[in-house]
Design a protein around this ligand. Structure first.
Ligand SMILES: [Fe+2]
Length: 282
């Protein structure tokens, strides 16, 4: 009984419109007792930081299970064991590390599927000496803050997303064969404004956004860039500067994120798990 009163649970805001810091201990997190509170904070605030919580891989997997359905990586064999996924630029650890370079630009994970993952959970195992922060912006707050007169026009628009668009950000002159392999991943048409089951609305933007249907190329690009510029203003953003052992969870359905540049030989290593999506873009 003596330990019951000692659990730590200290919740503070990281920035006015996005981000919450929760100082707690492993036992509290792994018990699942706070799972519904964590999910509510995640939905309301976009990002939760657990400073220096130092979960092991197995503990991170167990924690992920307390929050929802554990999502396996694309291409992983069905029925495979739950595993953390290494985020690194070291190809000896992750052979497809170069595909992660799209992550240096604002994006939402899973725009190529109709039901994106609900959340990502990332822990810092090794850091770069400089750089490598993660930026987040709140796409609910960004939409809410637009003039009412503009919201109705945006609600009518559909946007074509394609994985190859995001790859061109880091490799503007791919070989023909490389471009073909990216283009083969297909395209997906999504609403520009996502009305969630909660009735809250968020902007669906990011590096995979190729063109707005019904607009010419220049009009489309101008709109997409203007809205990205709007959504990533400081008042909608939180920048996480990592300490070793930090774990961050973000609501992938109401935020965009990007990594800041760092030395790819630095050994920076993050371990990621994900929560399966529960709601389709609509
Ligand atoms: Fe991502």
């Amino acid at each position: 009984m003596a330990t019951a009163a000692t659990s730590l649970w200290d919740v503070t805001e990281a920035a006015p419109k996005i981000g919450t810091l929760i100082r707690t201990d492993k036992e509290t997190l792994l018990s699942g007792d706070k799972a519904s509170e964590i999910r509510a904070i995640m939905e309301a605030r976009g990002v939760i930081v657990f400073p220096q919580i130092n979960l092991t891989d197995d503990e991170q997997i167990a924690f992920t299970h307390t929050l929802g359905t554990f999502a396996h990586e694309d291409g992983e064999a069905a029925g495979g064991k739950d595993a953390v996924y290494p985020i690194t630029m070291d190809e000896s650890i992750n052979p497809i590390a170069s595909y992660l370079k799209g992550a240096f630009f604002w994006h939402i994970d899973g725009t190529m599927s109709d039901q994106p993952i609900l959340a990502s959970i990332m822990s810092a195992r090794a850091l770069a000496p400089t750089g490598g922060e993660t930026d987040f912006c709140n796409t609910y707050a960004a939409f809410d803050s637009l003039p009412e007169s503009e919201k109705d026009d945006l609600r009518k628009l559909q946007v074509v997303h394609a994985m190859w668009r995001s790859q061109l950000y880091w490799k503007p002159e791919p070989s023909f064969a490389e471009l073909q392999s990216w283009v083969a991943r297909g395209r997906n048409v999504l609403p520009l404004v996502w009305k969630h089951r909660s009735e809250r609305e968020s902007l669906v933007l990011g590096a995979t956004a190729l063109e707005v249907e019904g607009l010419n190329t220049a009009e489309s690009e101008l709109l997409l860039v203007r809205l990205r510029d709007w959504a990533t203003q400081p008042q909608f953003c939180y920048r996480h500067t990592w300490s070793l052992g930090d774990m961050v969870i973000w609501d992938n359905t109401g935020t965009m994120h990007r990594a800041l540049p760092y030395d790819h030989k630095s050994g920076r290593l993050m371990m990621r798990t994900k929560l399966e999506g529960e709601e389709a873009f609509a």
